[in-house]
Design a protein around this ligand. Structure first.
Ligand SMILES: [Zn+2]
Length: 254
């Protein structure tokens, strides 16, 4: 739930999908390691189904504070002495994110004007990222600096791998491709502490500022835990994909 996730994550996922399909047909018949890719796909689909059902369940339940997601975001930012972050509306579903480069917190349709437990929790999570940024939380800076690297890694790794396989005299290119892919995997792994920490901060802030009561906090925690699960699934899928590359090509060096 951060811009960097959306851009880099999309590229990484695109690569997983593209690669899986491209060599997948061949792999399904001759390559048992393809099962690793399928496990990754199943984990990702299960996590995304879980976040959608949990979000929509608590979207129907209004928080007693009667504040919208946007109002909660503003209140929590101010409570933390942050006045230079702009709160904006963004189209889409679960497209909420904080853009550290522009200092804009963008909340989606189902969060910005909604007073539901889900909306309030997601808004607070995004404020969690703003607080990380304002306080110089190291994993966030690391992740932000990894975005271009992860994008390049996920986009170019397959080019190197295919080229290395095609020109057998240049098999070292496969290794270069795997190293590039590892950088994209590293990005997914660094994302985990950033996301868990933002949710942890969100729940603490909602409680401290009296926005959600303790019974509501438990529900908000379910929403944010489900969202965190999608990042765990993405990281697991990336690691499985890397493992597959290593099993397939790791030992065939010149
Ligand atoms: Zn997030």
């Amino acid at each position: 739930m951060l811009l960097v996730t959306l851009s880099a994550g999309k590229a990484v996922n695109h690569f997983f999908g593209g690669y899986g399909m491209g060599l997948g047909r061949y792999g399904m018949y001759f390559d048992p390691t393809y099962i690793l890719v399928l496990i990754g796909v199943v984990i990702s689909l299960a996590a995304s189904a879980k976040v959608r059902t949990t979000f929509s369940r608590y979207q129907r339940e209004m928080a007693r504070c009667s504040l919208t997601g946007a109002q909660v975001a503003e209140r929590l930012l101010h409570a933390n002495g942050i006045y230079d972050v702009q709160i904006a509306h963004v189209n889409g579903n679960l497209s909420d994110h904080y853009d550290p480069s522009k200092k804009v917190l963008r909340l989606s349709d189902s969060v910005y004007n909604s007073r539901s437990i889900s909306a309030v929790s997601v808004a607070a999570h995004e404020v969690g990222h703003c607080i990380q940024h304002a306080r110089g939380y190291v994993p966030l800076s690391l992740r932000t600096s990894l975005v271009p690297v992860a994008n390049i890694g996920s986009t170019l790794s397959w080019v190197f791998i295919i080229a290395g396989l095609f020109f057998s005299s240049m098999y070292f290119l496969v290794t270069v491709g795997i190293v590039l892919f590892s950088l994209a995997v590293l990005f997914q792994i660094v994302t985990l502490p950033v996301e868990f920490n933002a949710s942890h901060r969100a729940l603490a802030e909602l409680e401290r500022n009296g926005i959600l009561a303790s019974d509501e906090i438990k529900k908000g925690k379910k929403v944010l835990s489900a969202a965190a699960l999608t990042y765990v699934a993405a990281a697991a899928a990336a690691i499985l994909q890397l493992l597959r590359l290593l099993l397939l090509y790791g030992r065939r060096r010149n």
